[in-house]
Design a protein around this ligand. Structure first.
Ligand code: LMR
Length: 400
């Protein structure tokens, strides 16, 4: 009898597991609107020119593959801080930010969650938007947090339930960690505007809550600076402590390189140093140190004024194509006599909460080989001129 005989089958991942099913689907016309990956007009994950230039320069020299420091490449961490907070930001000058390169944004979330659990102990609670990215729940629950939903999405308007959000955040106990999506909310595509962010930041400060900002889509709504607004407001707010997890998977199109970072902000330089030492022990206990290649690519782009400008331009190209696809999706569905999908033009980033029911999503997959999440989330960044007619006709059919 095997010692593993009692192990039962775990459920497939709702997002990455769906891609496994999609990959196994033999139908030629298949379209994957499930996972959040940007693909270009040809349906390919692009290699950005800025990244290619760094990669080619690296390839010309030997690259000894020693271990990186536990907290990653110093140049990467510096560039990350500048991108998140703005070069020369007071919070950086004051030495209040401790940043470590991590294995993707998920690695940042998990290391952050583990460290916060250690600090907060049995009382660790996380307030999370309803809905949120499914893996947020998994990561924080696995780290030992108790989860509390706060209202966020309003089904009727396909927009933000801001009053509900404020009411729920206002009831949280001081010290509760509040998970916020900096921009391009996953899965809804519904974001706060500048005035709403200012109100939320004031409330977080007033109530002594601990903001934990996840930024996985920097530059997919406006540009990399404007999309960091929530982080910049927190930095200037006088809130003594907060956390940021960020990812370059999407913004640098480097998904498989697992490039992310975790930043803990403390009250002063000394607190930041103590936080960094604890980030490092947490990383060491998880995976020792991050990977070299992706970190060098990102640092190489961000450290060169010329490549940084090229990257911003290429990011703008991805953003623009998604906007075009949103508009085409809405217009084509209107022309097909489907119910109004105009709200999709108001949503930001890669995703849209389409309002499609689970039954409609099932029909899309079974009858048309079009894959979306059962929540109705679709990845608009997977649409292109080659598949949009097929997709909109299928959506119109399941709406009939
Ligand atoms: C998504 O939401 O589809 C992406 O963030 C990919 C993932 O890891 O789930």
């Amino acid at each position: 009898m095997s010692i593993f005989a009692s192990v039962t089958m775990a459920p497939g991942d709702p997002i990455l597991g769906l891609t496994e099913t999609y990959n196994a689907d033999p139908r030629k016309e298949k379209v994957n609107l499930g996972v959040g990956i940007y693909v270009d007009e040809q349906g390919k994950v692009p290699v950005l020119d800025a990244v290619r230039q760094v990669e080619q320069a690296l390839a010309r020299d030997d690259q000894p593959r020693s271990y990186l420091p536990i907290d990653g490449l110093p140049a990467y961490n510096r560039a990350t801080q500048n991108l998140l907070f703005g070069a020369g930001a007071a919070i950086l000058e004051a030495g209040r930010v401790a940043t470590a390169q991590t294995i993707g944004g998920s690695g940042a979330l998990r290391v952050g969650a583990d460290l916060l659990k250690k600090v907060l102990g049995d009382q660790a609670k996380l307030a999370i938007s309803n809905p949120s990215w499914g893996n947020h729940h998994v990561v924080f629950r696995t780290a030992g947090f108790q989860l509390i939903d706060y209202r966020y999405y309003d089904d009727a308007s396909h927009g933000l339930d801001f009053a509900g959000m404020l009411e729920d955040l206002g009831k949280l106990e001081p010290g509760t960690v509040v998970l916020l999506h900096a921009c391009c909310h996953n899965p809804t595509g519904v974001d706060l505007d500048a005035a709403q962010w200012a109100q939320v930041v004031a409330l977080l400060k007033d109530r002594g809550l601990l903001p934990f900002v996840d930024m996985a889509y920097q530059g997919f709504d406006r540009n990399s600076t404007d999309d960091a607004l929530a982080i910049r407001l927190l930095a200037d707010s006088g809130i003594p402590a907060f956390v940021v997890a960020n990812s370059y998977s999407k913004s640098f199109s480097l998904y498989g390189e697992r490039v992310g970072a975790l930043s803990f902000v403390g009250a002063d330089r000394d607190e930041a140093a103590r936080l960094l030492s604890n980030i490092k022990t947490t990383i060491r206990a998880n995976y020792s140190s991050p990977a070299t290649h992706g970190g060098k690519l990102v640092a190489g782009v961000l450290d060169s004024a010329e490549l940084r400008a090229l990257w911003e331009q290429e990011l703008g190209g991805m953003r623009g194509r998604i906007h075009t696809m949103r508009a085409a999706f809405v217009d084509k569905l209107a022309a097909l006599g489907a119910p109004d999908f105009g709200f999709i033009n108001r949503q930001a980033g890669m995703f849209s909460y389409s309002g499609l029911s689970k039954a409609q999503v099932d029909r899309l997959r079974e009858e048309f080989a079009i894959y979306a999440l059962s929540s109705g989330r679709i990845c608009v960044a997977a649409l292109n001129t080659g598949n949009i007619d097929y997709v909109t006709r299928a959506v119109a059919a399941v709406c009939r």
